[in-house]
Design a protein around this ligand. Structure first.
Ligand code: DX5
Ligand code: ZN
Length: 227
């Protein structure tokens, strides 16, 4: 399409899959990543949780730095941490390509986005299910990605919250009106029963964890999500 603007590393193509390693076996992470490469996932989704912004703790910048030499897949880091601006530089230096912060995680959202962009990384903004699209409207000009959470953040394997569906089409319209290429990402409870609908409502990128890792063959699982 004429409107499409190619961005760094071809990130503007739609119907992409970001595999959340939260559901991977951490004791053999490099093997898991090799399988994801073979499954042709487009990004690795790295869910960072601090036990404060969300009621769970996952991993930090050290793990991201350690896996960086093992793959060329783009790293899509999702910071579910309070006051992310304190740690943005660490996550950039660890090798993230996209850094997504939560609208609800700091008063200084604009400053945090600015910091990500100053490190020459793509800046994403996420919203939890209780935050409306209208809350982030004035920030759309500033970001490269918006992540709509379709579960309450903190855990993999939760059920998709259907009431979030209308936010996807609302945001799709706003992005199209703006005429700026912003990746519309959806995260939480994504599986083969809802993926086609999510793409048709206007999502460019679907994050999936338990659906991919819960299958015998990751390649088949990713294919099911894309088809
Ligand atoms: C939830 C995380 C998600 C999660 C997705 O807090 O942000 O990325 O890992 O996992 P599934 O696909 O199992 O819902
Ligand atoms: Zn996530």
């Amino acid at each position: 399409m004429m409107k499409k603007i190619m961005m760094k590393n071809d990130i503007s193509e739609n119907r992409k899959i970001s595999a959340s390693i939260l559901s991977a076996d951490f004791s053999k992470l490099s093997e898991e990543i090799k399988l994801l490469e073979k499954a042709s996932v487009d990004y690795l989704h790295l869910d960072v949780m601090d036990g404060s912004f969300v009621p769970n703790i996952s991993f930090g910048a050290k793990l991201i730095k350690d896996i960086r030499p093992h793959t060329k897949i783009l790293f899509d880091t999702h910071l579910m941490i309070s006051n992310p601006e304190k740690y943005i530089i660490d996550f950039c230096e660890a090798g993230s390509d996209i850094i997504t912060i939560h609208y609800e995680s700091t008063i200084h959202v604009h400053r945090a986005i600015d910091l990500i962009k100053k490190q020459n990384k793509l800046a994403g903004l996420a919203i939890v299910p209780s935050t409306p699209i209208s809350a982030i409207e004035d920030l759309l000009e500033e970001v490269d990605l918006v992540l709509i959470m379709t579960v309450n953040p903190g855990f993999g394997g939760q059920k998709f919250i259907d009431s979030q569906l209308k936010k996807i089409s609302t945001l799709r319209n706003k992005i199209d009106q703006l005429g700026k290429k912003i990746i519309l990402s959806v995260d939480g409870g994504v599986n083969s029963s809802n993926a086609a609908l999510l793409f048709s409502l206007g999502a460019d990128l679907l994050v999936a964890g338990s659906f991919i890792f819960g299958g015998e063959n990751y390649h088949n699982q990713v294919k099911l999500l894309k088809s």
